[in-house]
Ligand binder design. Structure first.
Ligand code: 13P
Length: 250
């Protein structure tokens, strides 16, 4: 049985004082869940969140990293730097980074490898645009993104990769994929992993759904056969609302 992993992606929101208030309130609301709870926060909040999440069941992640360990990359942050302060997870290849910051399948693959070299667990995002969906290309796009993202990883590393299926048209739009559609897309990602790495690996990989997840639709999404939790944007900014998503099975 795969466990449910529910991660918040704060994107470019929350100042340190807001982050500290959030964690104080949120930690109490989710302390009894058996689901894994992760907050992926801006770099400037990481240290405050790590300090304040100590002794709670909340894990802290970053939203991006560079693939090099160090060097002349002004403005970038490496996996080694994230690891050095105690970060455990890192989102890689979010569609907003692919769209606005020229991330490619190749850079995503390099970043995932660098994450593992630094003992960080990657949360790798894949998903189709509305245009691709309407052209009937969803399965082709998401299986290709998955294959290229994981290329060259060991079976053990693939098992420890979290994949987030986030259809781009559902992000921040209020439009959610139906649970059936999302589950089918996630099944096709799992099948692609099975084809390449075998059933034992594919049955162990956590694959989340992301895109307008809220407390009112979390249960329907997360109780399907293949959706192993969610990557939540807007609804993770409020501790009350996000705790209801985390506690969807209470
Ligand atoms: P929303 O939940 O705001 O649609 O964002 C989803 C997302 O991009 C999480 O990474």
């Amino acid at each position: 049985m795969r466990k449910k992993v529910i991660a918040g992606n704060w994107k470019m929101n929350m100042l340190p004082n807001e982050a500290i208030d959030y964690i104080q309130k949120f930690s109490d609301l989710v302390k009894d869940t058996e689901n894994e709870v992760i907050l992926c926060v801006p770099y400037t909040d990481l240290f405050y969140c790590l300090m304040n999440a100590q002794g709670t069941n909340i894990k802290i992640g970053a939203q991006n990293m560079h693939f090099a360990e160090s060097g002349a990359y002004t403005g970038e942050v490496s996996g080694k730097m994230l690891k050095s302060i105690g970060v455990e997870y890192v989102i890689i290849g979010h569609s907003e980074r692919r769209q606005y910051f020229n991330e490619t399948d190749e850079s995503v693959n390099k970043k995932i490898k660098a994450a593992f070299e630094n003992e960080l667990k990657p949360i790798v995002c894949v998903g189709e645009s509305l245009e691709q969906r309407e052209a009937g290309e969803t399965e082709k796009i998401i299986t290709t993104q998955t294959r290229l993202a994981l290329e060259g990883l060991s079976e053990e590393q693939v098992k420890n990769t979290i994949i987030a299926y986030e259809p781009i048209w559902a992000i921040g739009t209020g439009k959610t994929a139906t649970s059936e559609d999302a589950n089918n897309s996630i099944k096709s990602i799992r099948n692609e992993i099975k084809r390449i790495y075998g059933e034992e690996v594919s049955e162990n990989v956590i694959i989340q759904y992301g895109g307008s997840v809220k407390s009112s639709n979390a249960k329907e999404l997360f109780t399907t056969s293949d959706i192993d939790g969610g990557l939540v944007g807007g609804a993770s900014l409020k501790p009350d609302e996000f705790s209801k998503i985390v506690n969807y099975n209470k």
